[in-house]
Design a protein around this ligand. Sequence first.
Ligand code: GTP
Ligand code: MG
Length: 280
Amino acid sequence: MTMVNEEMTDKKDNTKNKEETTDNKPDPQAPKHSLRLKLRLGPCPKLKEVRLMVIGKSKRGKSSVANTVLGEDHFSVSSSFSQNIYSGWHQLTRDGRSIDITEMPTDLSSDEAARPLITITPGPHAIILCFRCEQFFTPEDYYAYTTLKKWLGSHFSKYVILAVSGLDNIAGDGAEDMVRNSFVPILRELPSPDRFICLDNTANWDSRRQQGDKLLRLVDQVANDNGGGHFSNRKIRSFEQEMQYQLGRGKTRAEIKRRVVDGDDLEHVFAKQCSSCVVS
Ligand SMILES: Nc1nc2c(ncn2[C@@H]2O[C@H](COP(=O)(O)OP(=O)(O)OP(=O)(O)O)[C@@H](O)[C@H]2O)c(=O)[nH]1
Ligand SMILES: [Mg+2]
């Protein structure tokens, strides 16, 4: 499998210009790349158009996180263990920027993955990897991360933000730091330990929108770290090629995506175009 990402500008060392605070005593058990490294993010350019892929195993809060980012309920949230099917793509404008979100369960077959991948074309600025925090970090979570890395390609790590939902269930001083520390095994594989957010998707909308804004600032940071580029791979590029063809026939990108989500025949046109591609 080949990862292709033409737009990304590699950063040799993303942590170079960031400052370390010394307000907490060092924990000798903690890995070097730990949460004691509190980073002061400078303001970075706000993306006018944001594309996000919200990905994770079943019931990890993907739809809830997507709604928190959108600031409104659009994705359907469910606690029942019904079939884990693709539930959507939504786009809206919030605070002057267009937000395009695709939800992607991890247990889709290659055929089923077509719809979410078409709706994320030309590629996500950030990949929001969803977990729950009630049990803190588990070996299963690490397995989910490494499996995705194999599936999407190793460049995927440069775009990942960990979004851990369920903060309301572990309330208490320092809860977020404890959760964050438990995720260090994944965080140390990412370009920066800042690629993390804990969320309470049960909070009121004022609070959820603030959490959504915080997540969007992280997305701006990820895009900035990647030279303003976005993630792509062979399959997404192939879908983008078909998208360009369809755009040339006078439809808008949003119209095409909507038709694909609604199960229009157009999905088969894309699938045919990409029938020989593996995911990454
Ligand atoms: N307590 C609590 N529950 C949450 C939180 N976020 C999500 N949930 C609940 O977790 C369950 C699953 O949430 P979803 O957002 O549907 O998760 P999902 O990953 O999209 O689920 P599927 O698409 O069905 O795989 C729902 O009952 C949500 O209400 C949170 O921050 N706190
Ligand atoms: Mg969902």
